[in-house]
Design a protein around this ligand. Structure first.
Ligand code: SF4
Length: 342
């Protein structure tokens, strides 16, 4: 089996470029004078046609920080950047253990999304044959918003259950605290929620055209068509691929995910720190997703962290510009009364 990726140096750059390419100019700079139109829904204000699972998980840490990250992306602190790079290398090495990576040049937004869908399609027979896969793309619609993500690993355990494994690398040689674990639990639970709806046949072709405004009639690039043919798919247009994806998922007989696990390992030594089995409660996942998406849909304002989690502000790159933090400090001052003059 081969995995496909876009012909580009940096996956992070790809993601940014993809979002940039999808951003309609009218929303970013409507009058061409650098002013941003204030759309009522943050989704429209930032011209986002979809969100990533990691965006929603980021809200679980601090929603205001996630919004700053969208508004004014800043390079991560050197320690975080090193951790991200190490994490990426480990993920890539693990991915290469199960398949080769073929770089395919893309010429349209439809080509870029077709690569993700081809990756998904190539993994369906592996899962049907009780094999294991890595970097499996998932797509779905939650509360009317398109959400996309990538599952680290899916495999069948000794009990024959389909098990999701998420790898997290840490700079410190011990297991994370409660807040980080809560964020990670939500992330993997969302993956399961989306994957399960996909294998139940709920991912319809028009989801891609309605939500991300991709053109079904768009012919796919010739390199992409050649690679699709090599893995058994005769396709011409993006719409052909969407139909194939829908039919393959609907008739796949792949079960839903039975078990969620997160493996933590120390970045520097690669020593495993521990594995968590995550309990899954669909009602809680749906409720949390609904709450986080309500911000993006303009139904409520963004929130920062409460006083109990104010320690998060100490390492936040946006602490100097964060009004939430300032107001929280002012509120505390008022409650403790005026300072006595000496
Ligand atoms: Fe959130 Fe605190 Fe950062 Fe503000 S300073 S964005 S409240 S973590």
């Amino acid at each position: 089996m081969a995995g496909f990726s876009e012909l580009s140096d940096s996956e992070l750059l790809q993601a940014e470029e993809l979002r940039e390419a999808e951003e309609p100019r009218s929303a970013r700079d409507p009058d061409g004078a650098g002013k941003r139109k204030q759309a009522p829904r943050p989704l429209d204000r930032y011209a986002l046609r979809y969100l990533c699972v990691t965006d929603l998980a980021g809200q679980s840490w601090c929603e205001q920080q996630a919004v700053f990250g969208m508004e004014e992306p800043r390079p991560p602190a050197p320690e975080t950047a090193a951790l991200l790079d190490a994490g990426k290398s480990i993920h890539l090495a693990r991915e290469l253990e199960v398949h080769d990576l073929v770089k395919i040049p893309t010429t349209s937004r439809e080509d870029s999304w077709a690569i993700k869908i081809l990756n998904l399609l190539s993994m369906i027979p592996v899962l049907q044959a009780v094999g294991h896969v890595r970097e499996l793309p998932v797509f779905g619609v939650i509360e009317g918003v398109f959400v996309s993500g990538i599952i680290d690993e899916l495999r069948y355990n000794t009990k024959g259950e389909l098990e999701l494994n998420e790898l997290k690398t840490r700079s410190r040689p011990f297991m994370p605290g409660e807040a980080q674990r809560k964020k990670d639990h939500f992330q993997v639970s969302l993956y399961k929620y989306i994957f399960d709806t996909m294998v139940q046949g709920q991912l319809k072709p028009d989801v891609f055209t309605n939500h991300i405004h991709l053109r079904p009639e768009q012919p796919l690039g010739c390199q992409l068509r050649k690679h699709a043919q090599k893995i058994g798919f005769m396709i011409t247009s993006f719409g052909d691929l969407l139909e194939l994806m829908h039919l393959n998922l609907m008739f796949s007989d792949i079960p839903g995910i039975d078990c969620l696990k997160i493996e933590y390992s120390h970045q520097e030594s690669s020593v495993p720190l521990g594995t968590e089995v995550v309990p899954y409660e669909e009602a809680t996942v749906k409720e949390k997703a609904q709450y986080f998406l309500a911000y993006w849909k303009g139904q409520r304002e963004a929130r920062g962290v409460d006083i109990e989690e104010a320690w998060k502000c100490q390492s936040c790159s946006y602490s100097e510009i964060c009004d939430w933090r300032k107001k929280r400090a002012e509120g505390l001052e008022k409650r403790s009364g005026p300072k006595k003059s000496k």
